[in-house]
Ligand binder design. Structure first.
Ligand SMILES: [Zn+2]
Length: 86
């Protein structure tokens, strides 16, 4: 994570523990991925609990770095208001 935004200079290390809230965003994104996978398995009529658990673990490991960064970006977008004059 950078210390400041490269474009506007916004401090990205706001305070200790600021990004704890991103865990809630990450949780929501993870649940969305799991529900999407479950829905896909049902739609293609190939649902089996073993298949679901294995593909679920693989998909979540594969998307972990992306979900981690996106959840932090969403969290800071929620908490910090954009100021075009800054
Ligand atoms: Zn910026």
């Amino acid at each position: 994570m950078y210390n400041n935004c490269a474009v506007c200079g916004q401090d990205l290390q706001i305070e200790v523990g600021f990004y704890y809230g991103a865990m809630y965003v990450s949780y929501a994104l993870t649940i969305a991925i799991i529900v999407s996978l479950l829905t896909a398995l049902y739609v293609f009529d190939i649902f089996a609990i073993e298949l679901f658990l294995i593909t679920d673990v693989l998909v979540l490991i594969a998307t972990l770095p992306y979900v981690f960064k996106v959840s932090r970006a969403i969290w800071i977008a929620i908490m910090i208001k954009y100021d075009p004059k800054a």
